[in-house]
Ligand binder design. Structure first.
Ligand code: ZN
Length: 206
């Protein structure tokens, strides 16, 4: 699916005035010194500021309101078949190591009079992903936000992701990925509904 509109609505990065207090960039300079690097050498000179900017972007989800996003984008329909948005690209930071985990998120729901634009689902996923997360909580936060705002018959969310904290440290085999799911309403109670969702997202996979 096309999530191009997400790029055009790029989040503004706010670097607050710390009024003489230490900045994230200052702390990164310190960190570089502590590992024996010279933060003043050419290649590293602007790294602390770059890191701060990137880190603030990757955690910008704290300043965004999922309710606002969904409320402004809901519309009424007479449609009660399953809506599936699959293969939403997802990038997040694990809260235990501040290292990326990334993969795909699949979302499905059965509308109860209200639906939301497909691209909003992708934006919702990334809004929650741009907070420090663990994969299980990210999965259930997405499901709960959809349940709360759309009051559908049910919601299913599946995330498959690789965690660099595991892959890079050799904790897990290099190609292993973690899979988490959150099933609410009909997706929890009705095996047929759940199986339909799972078979739709597995379709076309090796
Ligand atoms: Zn981790």
């Amino acid at each position: 699916m096309n999530s191009g509109d997400e790029m055009s609505e790029a989040t503004e990065i706010i670097i607050p005035d710390t009024q003489g207090e230490e900045t994230i960039a200052d702390l990164v300079r310190k960190m570089l010194t502590l590992i024996g690097e010279d933060p003043n050498r050419e290649g590293l000179r602007r790294t602390p500021e770059r890191f701060e900017k990137a880190f603030r972007y990757l955690t910008s989800g704290y300043r965004q309101d999922p309710e606002k996003l969904l409320n402004g984008a809901m519309f009424s329909v007479c449609y009660d078949n399953m809506v599936v948005v699959k293969d939403i690209e997802l990038y997040s930071l694990c809260e235990h190591h501040l290292l990326p985990f990334f993969g795909k998120c699949h979302v499905a729901y059965i509308p109860n009079k209200k639906v939301v634009g497909l691209s909003k689902i992708a934006r919702l996923v990334n809004m929650f992903a741009r907070r420090l997360q663990i994969q299980e909580r990210l999965t259930s936060q997405i499901a709960k936000a959809i349940q709360d705002r759309l009051s559908p018959e049910g919601v299913g969310v599946v995330i498959e992701a690789r965690h660099l904290c595991m892959v890079m440290r050799g904790v897990e085999k290099q190609h292993s990925s973690a899979m988490t799911s959150a099933m609410l309403g009909a997706f929890r109670e009705n095996k047929q509904t759940r199986d339909e969702f799972l078979s739709l997202i597995n379709h076309g996979k090796a």
